[in-house]
Design a protein around this ligand. Structure first.
Ligand code: AMP
Length: 282
């Protein structure tokens, strides 16, 4: 695996590969890699001649300084995982490479996609995400970009960003990788105590029940049941549970008229914030 730490060295390598007609797949991450990341990388490796993984803990998308400080950094283990997965290129920049003084991010209009859920509960988060993904894409200029459904709202916002930029990059949404007990894999899971880790899969149980109930109940009733179930777990502190239109991400009120429906939730468990979602109607 080739390792690049500077924009210029990565770009000159990629330019050479593009001239040879190689297809480039890109998987941006913040490291602390797990099988969820590996599922994206494997898909990219299957579909492209060169897969580039970036590891960059982006300070501008953290609205909580403590969360940024505590974000796990496990670069040695990450490197082993990337080599084992067969990734060809690791891009490991520092903050100055990503945000040089003269760098400007365009103004994007996400038409409310960024106002609810994560946007409401983590002010400024999606501005930071759009900023870093825009910058990374400008550097790498891949043919395909791989992102996880785990961060459904993020995926939808990046899709909107690509449409606004009119960049010819194919965005691939990859399914949520879960532990055997259903917990969505996340870098934050390693911060859970063994007791909390036992309780955490209840989030997915509630999402699955919502998926079963949407067949026969109204959106409002499904939401009410889910909220009640999450609130009945004493260790959970519910941040939000919403059933949204999968396109607009606005709260859905009619399951017949919505083109797609997604249930999204964020729950604090022992001070760790976990997010998960399930597609109720595609
Ligand atoms: P992160 O390192 O958390 O910024 O995530 C990097 C990419 O991996 C994002 O596109 C995430 O949506 C994706 N991802 C994280 N966890 C999972 C998972 N459990 N299943 C699928 N994709 C995931």
């Amino acid at each position: 695996m080739l390792l690049f730490k500077t924009v210029s060295s990565l770009q000159s390598y990629l330019l050479g590969q593009k001239k040879k007609g190689k297809s480039l797949g890109f998987v941006p991450t913040m490291g602390a890699l797990h099988d969820g990341h590996v599922s994206l990388l494997s898909k990219s490796i299957d579909e492209n001649e060169i897969t580039i993984c970036s590891i960059f803990v982006n300070p501008t998308q953290f609205n909580d300084a403590e969360d940024l400080k505590k974000y796990p950094r496990t670069i040695e283990k990450d490197t082993e995982i990337l080599v084992g997965a067969g990734v060809q290129v690791l891009f490991l920049p520092n903050v100055n490479e990503i945000y040089p003084e003269n760098w400007q991010t365009p103004d994007f209009d996400f038409q409310g996609l960024d106002s609810l859920m994560e946007g409401e509960h983590r002010p400024g988060h999606f501005d930071g995400v759009a900023q870093v993904v825009h910058r990374l894409l400008d550097i790498v200029q891949p043919h395909q970009l791989y992102m996880g459904q785990k961060d459904y709202q993020q995926w939808r916002i990046i899709q909107s960003m690509l449409n606004q930029l009119d960049w010819n990059i194919n965005l691939v949404r990859c399914p949520i990788a879960r532990a055997e007990d259903g917990l969505a894999l996340s870098s934050r899971n390693q911060r859970l105590t063994p007791e909390a880790r036992q309780i955490a899969p209840k989030i997915y149980e509630v999402l699955q029940l919502a998926k079963a109930e949407i067949q026969s109940l109204s959106i409002q009733a499904v939401k009410q049941n889910a909220v009640q179930r999450l609130n009945s777990v004493p260790e959970f502190q519910l941040d939000y549970f919403e059933i949204t239109d999968g396109q607009t991400l606005q709260v859905a009120d009619n399951k017949e008229t919505a083109s797609s429906l997604v249930a999204c939730t964020a729950v604090f468990l022992a001070n760790i914030r976990l997010i998960d979602n399930i597609i109720l109607k595609e």
